[in-house]
Design a protein around this ligand. Structure first.
Ligand code: AMP
Length: 147
């Protein structure tokens, strides 16, 4: 039985690209929630951020190259979430997932807010910490003003 055989029995197979602070937290949370999770990072030591309870899979390598080679069972993924520290890598991984494998749920983190709307036009969902944090701060300020 190959390492990916267990996907056959689970309805959601989520690939996370980048096991940094956000990637590791997401992987732990989604895995706890019963999802079949694969997390990829180019550095083996990054997986130390995962909790001991993480029951998903890990793979070391450049995610874009793996996707292009059709590795990691990407064609069976129900979602791909690209959260490395590099906007270009996240966009490339997201575009490969969307264009080559027609994966519906593709999400990329973008540090640069100016690029967010461009990629939304390609059908890629984006999260931009700058915009989200700004919105949160403004709403906290507004609720303080109302006190
Ligand atoms: P952070 O800055 O804490 O969100 O961490 C980002 C993570 O993305 C680090 O663990 C990097 O090793 C990882 N990373 C960067 N580029 C790639 C890539 N091309 N493929 C896989 N992981 C990557």
């Amino acid at each position: 039985m190959g390492i990916f055989a267990k996907h056959a029995n689970k309805s959601e197979y989520i690939i996370i690209v980048g096991c940094g602070r956000l990637g590791a937290h997401l992987a732990d949370t989604l895995s706890d929630d019963g999802k079949d999770v694969l997390i990829i990072d180019k550095e083996e030591k990054s997986f130390k951020k995962l909790s001991n309870a993480f029951s998903g899979m890990t793979m070391v390598g450049d995610a874009c190259e793996m996707f292009i080679r059709g590795e990691c069972n990407i064609s069976k993924a129900t979602a791909v979430i690209a959260v490395t520290n590099m906007d270009n890598t996240n966009i490339m991984a997201a575009q490969i997932a969307k264009e080559m494998y027609s994966i519906k749920n593709v999400i990329a983190r973008l540090y640069d807010p100016d690029r967010e709307c461009v990629y939304q036009e390609f059908g890629i969902k984006t999260i931009c910490p700058v915009i989200m944090s700004t919105d949160a701060v403004c709403s906290m300020l507004a609720s303080t003003d109302a006190d």
